[in-house]
Design a binder for this molecule. Sequence first.
Ligand SMILES: Nc1nc2c(c(=O)[nH]1)N[C@H]1C(S)=C(S)[C@@H](COP(=O)(O)OP(=O)(O)OC[C@H]3O[C@@H](n4cnc5c(=O)[nH]c(N)nc54)[C@H](O)[C@@H]3O)O[C@H]1N2
Ligand SMILES: Nc1nc2c(c(=O)[nH]1)N[C@H]1C(S)=C(S)[C@@H](COP(=O)(O)OP(=O)(O)OC[C@H]3O[C@@H](n4cnc5c(=O)[nH]c(N)nc54)[C@H](O)[C@@H]3O)O[C@H]1N2
Ligand SMILES: [Mo]
Length: 760
Amino acid sequence: MSTNKQTIVNISKQKKDAAGLKAVINAYKHAASKVGPIDGGKLLIEVNQMDGFDCPGCAWPDPMGKKSTFSFCENGAKAIADEATTKKADAEFFSENDIDYLKTKSDRWLNDQGRLVVPLYKPENAKNYQAISWKDAIELIADKLLKLDSADQAAFYTSGRTSNEAAYLYQLFIRTFGTNNMPDCSNMCHESSGIGLAETIGIGKGTVTLDDLESSECIFVFGQNPGSNHPRMLASLEKAKRQGGKIISVNPLDEAGLQKFNNPQELSGLAGKGTKLRDLHVPIKINGDVGFLIGLAKYLIEQDRQRKNVLDTEFINTYCHGFDEFKAHIESFEWDQITKACALSTSQIVQAGEYLLHSDKTIFCWAMGMTQHKNAVANIQLMANVLMMQGNLGKAGAGVCPVRGHSNVQGDRTMGIWENAPAIFIEGLENYHGVQLKNDKGVNTIECIEQMHSGDIRVFVGLGGNFYRATPDHDFTKQALANCDLSVQISTKLNMSHLYTGKEALILPTLGRTEIDHVNHKHQFITVENSMGVIQTSHGRKPPASQQLKSEVAIVGELAIQVATKHEEAAKINWRQYISDYAEIRNAIAHTIDGFDNFNNRITSLGEFMLPNPVRDHLHFKTHNGKANFVKHNIESIKLDKDELLLMTIRSHDQFNTTVYTNHDRYRGIKGTRRVIFINEIDAKNLGFEALQKVSIQAVSDKSKIEQDFMLVFYDIPQGCIAGYYPETNNLISIKDFAKKSYTPAYKSVPVRLIKREQS
Ligand SMILES: Nc1nc2c(c(=O)[nH]1)N[C@H]1C(S)=C(S)[C@@H](COP(=O)(O)OP(=O)(O)OC[C@H]3O[C@@H](n4cnc5c(=O)[nH]c(N)nc54)[C@H](O)[C@@H]3O)O[C@H]1N2
Ligand SMILES: Nc1nc2c(c(=O)[nH]1)N[C@H]1C(S)=C(S)[C@@H](COP(=O)(O)OP(=O)(O)OC[C@H]3O[C@@H](n4cnc5c(=O)[nH]c(N)nc54)[C@H](O)[C@@H]3O)O[C@H]1N2
Ligand SMILES: [Mo]
């Protein structure tokens, strides 16, 4: 252990297990510090209960119909406590603290100032935000929108906490206003999964249920850290394991959560006598997955020749297209090429391949380690293809499982938050609502930044999120936003997107998931869709942080009403009816979106239901040829010079995206700082660095981009690879480095150099 006393930084060894009593204590500490000792305890109990609110943490599902009394999750608790905080950033706070001063503060400090409680306005050239009435704020936005030469000069961002009801109303308003410019957080997240899967299996979502996962014989977890980011997934992996399932982790880091899980719902878990989870850890190098997957496919083909019946020929012949060409393509790779691409030995690939051979039902789970690379779509398609080789689709215990991020990011897309929605979806809206809509493609997140930068987009509205800080290339994005005439953020907490704004700026404070939403003498509930296509209700329980807060539905609806006073198309819709009872929105959803028939009745009587999934339910592939497609991909390794390293930008245990709760990362042994770079000791020594060396990081794409004041931590990570935290490293990522087809920024493969700094 080494301690730097001045800054109370403490670096110790990586942990080998996750959760347990420590997680329970930590969760309670967070809740108690933000909402008080008694309310903190009560809040934790309400999380994820049938008539409570859906946890705003992640999108991992709860078991249908059989929720335990206390679905405990440390990081869910942190997310809830953070929203339920009793601290408030009020008008006085903003008159005392000017924007330039706030810019000197960290993400953590900004979030710690508490809930946003009044609408705020920053006039052009003003130094401070000032309070504004809701009426004036809404009129100002409508006025700016209506003065644009074209609706395409506006862009409307969505983050993934937005409810189905708010998302549906928002996209309906945006489309009737006349644009499809709907960038969203999904563009930075699982877009590569959506695009990759749609081409191969005809659906942009996963195909497994929780029961499938828990009864699977073999689960590969690619590029995911569930111990921190989907803690409740560990309980499902534990169940699979107890039924004899095997777990393989494919990751440059041997994450603690996948090593051993101390289930906090069980006494043995609380006592630290948990379940060993992974049977095999595959220490792949960053961006080596295409090579590894080609290796798995090659091994299956070779073994099929020897042992027979390794491949599911009947499945391939009946449901798939392109296998012969795919097979020839895979066979054309030499083992040398493959092992070099992933920095694994043939025997390591064979070991992983053996698990596939011995399983009749295999699931591949994945998250950002697979989607945030230039060749991310290839990663996704190869995962689907390897599963297809053994017929692992449309049967119990098998399938693809992209593990979603934000709690309703999947629902938002189902509701039409999509810059490139299919024509049939738009026609459905037109027919039901009696409006005429455009069905061209709008901008995604990267295109939105570029068009704001060039001046083509002049008004930016963000429904949730932290657009400036979550996107790559802060210098470029900052300028892009500054070029806008107006930027609007509909938010719960203060973040950097409130500081790096358009010429004029508005902050509209909104209700969070945990809060009671009272409209027309009725408590309104909302619905969300989890990572496995289950629609569930969420009821706010706490009194709102301020009487001035409006719900997202109300804000969107009131803006639509104001725009409709001078906009022919928007005037055709009865917005008031929708905001006075959310059941009316659900009724519209039932008439326009597949799988939502009888929505209100089903959701009120059952509390939850599962959306149809053509692949899982009927092996029906809605691709251009009606088949599951094999796709050929080549190995495209990132070329690095001798002194260059590949940086992956990852989450710590104590953050939710750009919201930083503390500067600790317990499982990785980091206390008191986020300015660390995890590096292989051999690489460090070769570059002439020592442990805890102070370094700066320089982007290879642009030498002028240097992030200072990082400390090297020796870690078990493949050579050539380093890791650092997001969002502190985002400026190093070029706006031009994104995935082919999906435009997802290459956040996980950033070529950089480390520069030595004098020890202070
Ligand atoms: N507590 C908490 N929960 C969250 C979030 C949060 O910030 N905090 N964020 C939410 C959101 S929006 C999302 S999208 C998810 C994110 O969930 P994750 O995807 O688990 O999050 P990351 O920290 O980005 O972790 C990526 C993992 O991929 C690995 N990896 C990186 N590069 C590669 C590679 O090239 N190949 C392979 N095989 N692995 C690689 C990293 O080592 C790391 O373990 O979590 C959601 N849940
Ligand atoms: N370098 C790097 N960058 C990344 C990633 C990475 O792995 N590495 N991951 C990417 C991924 S996967 C994602 S999803 C994006 C996340 O991008 P975003 O979704 O834009 O960012 P968040 O940090 O989740 O947004 C936090 C803010 O949302 C607001 N908020 C919270 N709850 C609510 C609510 O209920 N309603 C409203 N209206 N506002 C609310 C609060 O004001 C809070 O400050 O970041 C991406 N950026
Ligand atoms: Mo995400």
